[in-house]
Design a protein around this ligand. Sequence first.
Ligand code: SF4
Length: 93
Amino acid sequence: MAKKKQYFEGAKKTEQGLEYNGFVLSPVIDKCDGCERAVWFEDERFCTSYPNPERKWAHGACNFATHVKASVDKGGQVKVNPIKASKRAARGK
Ligand code: SF4
């Protein structure tokens, strides 16, 4: 039987956040909804790629996100486009 990948093994919750491998992780934010890198640890979700999702999103879209893609339009505005489920499925092959 395939073993389910265990994220954040040995992590510990503290007042600052989730302590893991020498990092302190903050929970994911609303914009991370749908991203495959947001995984549950106890009753909160944390990002497996970035310790502070809120800061990651502060300047446009997160470049690690699996559910959206950011682009910059001619006016310099960051646009966030959802990645179509079909595209995501194709990429997972
Ligand atoms: S990769 Fe980006 S969008 Fe996905 S959970 Fe992490 S911070 Fe959020």
